[in-house]
Write a protein that binds this ligand. Structure first.
Ligand code: 4AD
Ligand code: MG
Length: 464
């Protein structure tokens, strides 16, 4: 007898097969005719399969009639055409093995719908809900698409370190990693704990980005990408920020900013195309339950060219918009979420790539333009989520890079290896970072970033 997933058993070509299905009961309904309908889910798809369990089953009275939401079972039987409109098939059980009951008085996931906030308290049970199941299947599809895209484009997957001494963004938002015995710590000359000895005598942090190490490999192997967890010790409680998130960072030698923007656009289109093609059932769920504009937004991303605007042009548009923003727009300051929303939602209703930002608001490694005022940076903004990608062409000129570091109060000696890349065969190169969770948010329409990652790490939440 073949083991089938619920998804497989729902396909009409299985009719007539003897099959074994395994999963968790969603509901049980007893009919007067001496049998019960069980709705079974195993996570392989959103939908359940209907199991028809006859009273003649040896454990019908003792076990089957006691099944409730959350119980786990193995069911054997024949796949038959279903009379119902919602499904092509159902399983007529010849055997039901009960593995684990779930006390209905205690099991929280009863028929009543819970808020997403409430479900966050049950990080261990929420994957059993329709919403989290759909999020996780789409997240998985996106990850596969990411690897497919870069592999097909000839990028090499490089694993950059999680523990590192370099602050890529220079923003001081790093978590310290320490081996110091706080009962007996090493001390500096003035008697304070010497945190520079954190990692067996050297400083160490959790990485905020794999970019700098990625540049090492790009300037040797050409085109690379990283895909791993990154950490930001910023105490921000928003619907778009996590302390631990996953980032995809391609880096390519002999790429300029135009190549970089074109790569980002192809990349996002590819992910959206794959999800729309392969996650139809889950996407229909998001469209119906979460956000009715989601499909139209994704089709726009898939089909239309992204708009490209310089930061300076964007500031002009915002200044002339007639909108009353909470934060006034001023050339030289960072754009706020409200400005990004105006551009992507009100003005253009499409993704926008902004480029050539003021040097003062961007990281030290971005290439300085000839105007001396702006750097070759880009941000990709999308409706609802705002910034989804940040990237740049990198400064490949040794002297300019050292100047930029000093300007941002970084010590060039700490980056000696990074500067070596400019000393020995320097080459133009560029890259960007996509926040995976922001992408999942954009694709699914989920409003809060905590609901698109299995175990969200935000200030004050690290229980599971
Ligand atoms: O703009 P960011 O900080 O850029 C970098 O880290 C560069 N080193 C990337 C590169 O050029 N290789 O972050 C890149 C993206 C953002 O656009 C956003 O999507 C996501 O990472 N991101 C976050 N996602 C969730 N929570 C946070 N706290 C995030 N911070 C950034
Ligand atoms: Mg950014």
């Amino acid at each position: 007898m073949e083991k089938l997933s619920v998804w497989a058993a729902r396909q009409p070509n299985t009719i007539g097969k003897q099959a074994t299905l395994q999963g968790w009961i969603r509901t049980r309904r007893d009919s007067k005719g001496g049998f019960s309908f069980l709705e079974l889910n195993d996570g392989s798809c959103l939908a359940n399969i209907q199991i028809v369990a006859d009273a003649k089953l040896s454990n019908y009275d003792s076990e089957v009639k006691h099944l409730t939401a959350g119980c786990s079972v193995t069911v054997r039987g024949e796949v038959k055409p279903s009379g119902g409109k919602e499904q092509a098939t159902e399983l007529h059980a010849s055997e039901v093995i009960v593995h684990g009951l779930a006390d209905p008085e205690a099991y929280p996931l009863q028929k009543k719908r819970h808020t997403l906030e409430k479900l966050r308290e049950w990080a261990h049970l929420r994957p059993r809900t329709n919403t989290m199941g759909a999020v996780m299947r789409v997240r998985n599809r996106i990850c596969r698409s990411i690897h497919d895209f870069f592999q097909e484009e000839g990028f090499l997957y490089v694993h950059t370190p999680i523990i590192t001494a370099s602050d890529c963004e220079g923003a001081g938002e790093m978590f310290r990693v320490t081996t110091i015995d706080l009962a007996n710590p090493p001390k500096t000359a003035d008697g304070k704990v010497d945190y520079a000895q954190d990692f067996f005598g050297k400083p160490a942090y959790l990485t905020v980005s794999g970019q700098l190490e990625g540049e090492i490999y790009a300037t040797a192997l050409g085109k690379i990408y990283t895909f791993g967890p990154t950490f930001r010790a910023e105490n921000s409680n928003t619907s778009r920020h996590l302390a631990e998130f996953w980032m995809i960072e391609p880096e390519a030698a002999f790429f300029d900013l135009d190549d970089d923007m074109a790569l980002a656009e192809r990349f996002l289109k590819r992910i959206v195309r794959d999800v729309l093609a392969d996650c139809q059932e889950d996407m229909a769920f998001f469209q119906e339950r979460i956000d009715s504009t989601i499909m139209a937004a994704l089709e726009t991303v898939r089909d239309r060219d992204f708009l490209r605007l310089s930061y300076t042009e964007a500031v002009e548009i915002l200044e002339n918009s007639g909108e009353k923003f909470e934060f006034p727009v001023k050339w030289g300051s960072d754009l706020q979420a409200e400005h990004e929303r105006y551009l992507t939602e009100k003005k253009f209703n499409a993704p926008v790539i902004l480029h050539d930002y003021p040097r003062g608001i961007k990281a030290f490694y971005m290439r300085l333009n000839d105007d001396g005022k702006t750097v070759r940076a880009m941000d990709v903004l999308v409706p609802r989520v705002g910034e989804i990608i940040g990237g740049s062409q990198r400064e490949e000129r040794l002297n300019v890079l050292i100047e930029r570091m000093k300007e941002q109060h970084l010590n060039p000696d700490d980056y000696w290896w990074y500067l070596d890349l400019r000393r020995f065969g320097t080459a133009p190169h560029a890259g960007f970072g996509l926040g995976l969770e922001r992408m999942v948010q954009f694709v699914t329409g989920m409003a809060n970033i905590r609901d698109v990652i299995p175990f969200p790490r935000t200030p004050g939440s690290a229980e599971f």
